[in-house]
Design a protein around this ligand. Sequence first.
Ligand SMILES: [Zn+2]
Length: 222
Amino acid sequence: MIRIPRFLGLINAFLVDEDDGLTLIDTTANPGAAKAILAAAGKHGRPIVRIALTHAHQDHIGGLDALAAQLPGVEVLISARDAKLLAKDMTPEPGEPADAKFRGGYSGAKTQPTRLLEPGDRVGSLEVVAAPGHTPGQVAFMDTRDRTLIAADAFSTIGGVATSAKPNPRFPLPALATWHPPTALATARALRALDPARLAVGHGKTVENPGAAMDAAIAKAS
Ligand SMILES: [Zn+2]
């Protein structure tokens, strides 16, 4: 997995090697990111064959339209729930918590997904893991080869490992953009229970052997 940090390392995209090419996880915040992402793939010498989005926030989907325009035929994957948000349909779904609220930037994108993801699906070597709370349909990706967890914004690591259930004073943005904090806390616990070998996140550096740090983050938000 190759991390592509953008905006002084504040926002990440990732390239994941597969037999048929690269899976790009997220696109960072703006069309200008496309150039940097394509350059990273070029340096690695392999084509991006699919774009898998963890959730529909602007700082993860902002480069999507520019990338899709430059990658004809690329697959675009996002959860069925967040696909609605990508299309700027902000209607709540039956059964969602009454105290949930859309926060953070939802700019939408013109690009339409080619496949809608459900937890348990596979994207190459990655298993799709439910990670709701930050957004209603956020997903994480577990690499079944080495147990790297790409946790989206369920966790962040700027200013220390934190959940998005409660603002980390040193980097509060993921929590401030969270749709339903109690659901985000339940997700943090569920992801911790997967016992990842490595924690990769939307915001911050990748952490090796993250179990104890994830436990501490969960304790802080509980
Ligand atoms: Zn987010």
